[in-house]
Design a protein around this ligand. Structure first.
Ligand code: ZN
Length: 376
């Protein structure tokens, strides 16, 4: 399922084989919350270099409903994306509901933000929902540990997540036996908050249950950059070499380079798409905020070193104008550029690992971006 093609220091170049195709890693997954990456057609996604999408279980199970999607032929057919899709477990969104949810050993119960209905999510139902969607990579249901958390809180939360991980594995195997979703993979999620020993214990627990890949959860939840780097430095060397490693919900271009350098293979984040819609654009010369008045008369490309559709055709002045008018095309063009930027960055990182020049590339990006924290 995962082939390690090259290594440069701790950085890894690999290939994931999934039911809907092969994925070159390190990879950035675009986030398709409601069965769509906002403002992007599947054709646009392919054109800007997207290999794999993330679908949000929580949103899709509430609307239009996972059984409806299954009966319509699965998420791939429904949204006309024929590449691999990873689905999250729904847990992260449920825990973000705060007081509107109730946790027990058995499940988490919440009120649907769509119609107020009471909904119960169990480790078993999360796996079944992801099976109904037809996911290529299924994630276990875990509790995203609150931040900040005491040692006792982080420990109790991690232990619950490990018990749930075992229940997810059992359900996944039974579901696969029914061949609802042949060839799909199941990933476990390392929790443990900011505590190194809990992170190690969580990983060991998951390895005993055995998963196809291992994710690092509970980062990018409001902790300092130093804490994120410390946890990554600790846990990545302990992760199994021949299984894919996925850092969930991260991050900025800097975070991606830093984590690739520590041996992470997969990422997802709403940053390029959400920021793109808001006129916050990543370019080779740093961040451009297209709303600023300085772009009103700028008859130049957004990024002269970018060959995306947006940069090949339109001026900063035009993007500024579209944004000012709240035009849909502005969101579309700016999202295309930001995703293209992220995918190009990952392609550069992959190439540098193949040629053994990762460190040189990271150092030059660090100077180019003027980073506060070292990338390598
Ligand atoms: Zn561009």
């Amino acid at each position: 399922m995962f082939e390690l093609l090259a290594k440069d220091g701790a950085a890894r170049r690999g290939e994931l084989t999934l039911p809907h195709g092969k994925v070159q890693t390190p990879v950035f997954q675009a986030v398709g919350t409601y069965g769509t990456v906002k403002a992007m057609t599947p054709r646009d996604l392919r054109d800007c270099g997207t290999q794999m999408l993330l679908g949000n279980t929580f949103h899709l199970m509430l609307r239009p409903g996972d059984k409806r999607i299954r009966d319509l032929g699965g998420l791939h057919k429904f949204m006309q994306w024929d590449g691999p899709i990873l689905t999250d477990s729904g847990g992260f969104q449920v825990f973000s509901l705060g007081d509107l949810r109730k946790m027990t050993e058995h499940s988490v119960v919440f009120r649907s933000p769509v119609n107020g209905d009471k909904v119960e999510l169990t480790p078993e139902s999360s796996i079944q929902v992801q099976g109904n969607l037809g996911s290529d990579v299924v994630m276990v249901l875990d509790e995203c540990t609150a931040h900040p958390a005491t040692y006792e809180q982080a420990n109790a939360s991690m232990e619950l997540s490990m018990r749930w991980a075992a229940r997810c594995k059992t359900t996944f195997e039974n579901t696969q036996a029914g061949s609802m979703n042949p060839g799909s993979k199941l990933f476990g999620i390392v929790q443990g908050g900011m505590f190194e020993d809990l992170r190690s214990e969580s990983l060991q627990n998951l390895q005993q249950i055995e998963f196809d890949g291992y994710a690092i959860g509970g980062l990018s939840v409001g902790e300092s950059k130093e804490d994120m780097i410390r946890v990554l430095n600790h846990i990545t060397p302990e992760m199994p070499e021949h299984k894919p490693r996925y850092l969930m919900g991260v991050g900025t271009p800097e975070d991606l380079v830093r984590a690739v350098g520590r041996g992470v293979d997969m990422f997802d984040c709403v940053m390029p798409t959400r920021n793109g819609r808001n006129g916050y654009l990543f370019t080779s010369a740093g961040v451009v905020k297209i709303r600023n008045a300085q772009h009103r008369n700028a008859d130049v490309a957004l990024d002269e070193n970018c060959n995306c559709y947006t940069c090949s055709h339109f001026s900063r002045a035009y993007l500024h104008h579209l944004d000012r008018c709240g035009e849909m095309l502005g969101a579309m063009l700016m999202t295309q550029h930001n995703l293209h930027y992220y995918h190009q960055l990952m392609a550069q990182l992959r190439a540098s690992i193949e040629t053994g020049t990762f460190r040189n590339l990271a150092t030059s990006l660090q100077n180019q971006w003027n980073c506060d924290h070292e990338l390598v």
